[in-house]
Design a binder for this molecule. Sequence first.
Ligand code: DX5
Ligand code: ZN
Length: 218
Amino acid sequence: MTAFKIAPSILSADFTRLGEEVRAVDEAGADYIHIDVMDGHFVPNLTFGPPVIGALRSVTDKPFDVHLMIDPAQPYLRQYAEAGADIITVHAEADTHLHRSLQVIRDLGKKAGVSLNPSTPETVIEYVLDSVDLILVMSVNPGFSGQAFLPSQLRKISRIQEMIGDRDIELEVDGGVNPSNVATVIAAGATAVVAGSAVFNGVDYTASIAALRRGCAD
Ligand code: DX5
Ligand code: ZN
């Protein structure tokens, strides 16, 4: 089986029991905890910020994969680092000075990620490839969980994997990933997948995560 990482997105968790939900997906085999930060401006939804992330930090040792859907992101990077983020991902579309933001994240001692909306071409990251640790390809328009995977992004995933070459960069795909399409996503070149509804809509998270891994084995 191709080894790949699974990052459950807590956007689909039960917010009344957020700590327990994070602990549950940790114990169920999550590799990363994906945290979707939304500002009601870059995306039409609002979620959580540094205090919530800081509160969750004591619940798990798994890396916090913090996806910032906020514009601007740069003024807030330190707060997310101090709250306990391990990977901080900014959107290329939200950042006029993308290269500088990536440098700031690395200077804070964190892994630097860049995300691309479905309509954004992969060429925008050509000149920052040596400054990133993770590339997050959005396979839905960001803002909500439970949307359908956009097959148009498969070609982008393959192209980015070619651009990465032998660099040590995680290629993560976010949106609409489920046991039926995960094999296609991994075959295109992804090394990690985010899964919101595919994990949290089930009652048994160990089974949901196993189903994603099995989807790739078939
Ligand atoms: C969308 C978020 C995703 C979302 C994924 O804006 O970035 O992480 O929670 O949820 P699913 O897997 O249900 O599409
Ligand atoms: Zn996300």
